[in-house]
Design a protein around this ligand. Structure first.
Ligand SMILES: C[S@@+](CC[C@H](N)C(=O)[O-])C[C@H]1O[C@@H](n2cnc3c(N)ncnc32)[C@H](O)[C@@H]1O
Length: 264
């Protein structure tokens, strides 16, 4: 971590273009999944479909980049993070709404647990499933949820309601590297590589049977009023890298459109 933090500081000292840091140093400056404002709105609408004043916890929230956005809509949302050292080692203030406890310390019911990208091999499901009515989880396709870990909650009595696909930070990072940080690539080669871009991050929405239909309706209502034009500044990088809202990626099999919600 010390080495990564030093590299992050050195990168910032070179005054990189706006928002590149969040896709090159996701832990320090962003998140492991690339998101838009519509994702925050979907997740918070799901929480509000369970209760008008829902309880929400971001499990393994790191510095809380996504959580901070969620709190603009759910001011009582909290996060839990097991590594207190990430704040103290780099003198980064820890917000009061992030508790330094492992997920195993969760001890009361929660309407929505958000599990944003666990490390391969980490399996948070059992403690989360003990308390949450709904779980929204994001994970990378291709090995992250392997033999020792897991991302799917069906076996814990949940029903998957819906899912959608977005890029992971690695997908965006690869595009940024090709475009800005690999001077040896000529324009034709860059264009050829851009055609191969793909998006590996999935968002799955799981619900207990008693709240499933409310969540389905709540998410549908949110999608009907979704306005992708209302966005965060950093979404410009996603557009520039060819990860537009509802963009269809030829290199993908199956559901090819980014951010398109598929109901189960
Ligand atoms: C890959 S990072 C993801 C951070 C953030 N959710 C994101 O997507 O950018 C995983 C985080 O989960 C935390 N973590 C790992 N095991 C945990 C546990 N048992 N309880 C709480 N947090 C945990 C790690 O310390 C780390 O900050």
């Amino acid at each position: 971590m010390q080495g990564a933090y030093k590299a992050y500081q050195q990168f910032l000292a070179r005054r990189p273009p706006a928002h590149h840091a969040r896709y090159i140093f996701p832990f320090f400056a962003g998140s492991y999944f690339a998101y838009r404002k519509v994702d925050v709105e979907r997740v918070t609408a799901i929480a509000k479909s369970i209760s008008p004043d829902p309880s929400y916890v971001d499990v393994g929230c790191g510095y809380g980049d996504f959580l901070e956005k969620v709190r603009t809509r759910l001011p009582n949302a909290t996060g839990i993070e097991k590594e207190g050292g990430i704040f103290y080692a780099f003198q980064i203030p820890k917000p009061d709404y992030i508790q330094l406890v492992p997920v195993e310390g969760l001890s009361q019911p929660v309407d929505l647990a958000f599990v944003g990208w666990m490390e391969p091999g980490q399996d948070f499901r059992r403690p989360v499933a003990r308390w949450a009515k709904c779980v929204v989880t994001t994970f990378d396709a291709g090995g992250q949820c392997g033999i020792n870990g897991g991302c799917e909650y069906d076996e814990f009595g949940y029903k998957r309601i819906a899912w959608w696909r977005t890029p992971s930070w690695i997908d965006v990072n690869a595009e940024l590297m090709n475009r800005y940080y690999t001077p040896s690539l000529d324009a034709a080669k860059k264009e050829q590589l851009a055609k191969l871009r793909t998006a590996h991050n999935f968002w799955y929405v799981y619900a207990r049977p008693d709240v499933a239909s409310r969540i389905r309706s709540g998410l549908k209502a949110q999608l009907n009023k979704e306005d992708a034009g209302d966005r965060y500044d950093f979404e410009s990088v996603l557009d520039e890298c060819g990860f537009h809202y509802k963009e269809e990626l030829p290199a993908l099999a199956g559901n090819r459109k980014l951010w398109e919600v598929i109901f189960d």
